[in-house]
Ligand binder design. Structure first.
Ligand code: FES
Length: 70
């Protein structure tokens, strides 16, 4: 079952792409350490895995690989 918040963010990403504008999305993940050490909060992006706690939580919507988030 898809997380509703993830689905909404993915929807915003699709809309921003359709209107050819950039969107910034704030992600939430379960966090083990919160300081970038455990890699427990990674998300897959177009430029590799990024840590939500350290590299985010705000990312450009078109850099997130959404298929793995749902
Ligand atoms: S919570 Fe440990 S790396 Fe993000």
């Amino acid at each position: 079952m898809a997380d509703r918040a993830v689905s909404e963010r993915h929807g915003l990403s699709v809309i921003s792409k359709e209107f050819k504008c950039s969107a910034q999305i704030s992600l939430e993940e379960h966090m083990g350490c919160g300081i970038g050490a455990c890699m427990g909060c990674v998300v897959r992006t177009s430029s590799g895995y990024k840590r939500v706690c350290k590299d985010g939580p705000v990312f450009l919507s078109d850099e997130i690989i959404w298929e793995e988030k749902e």
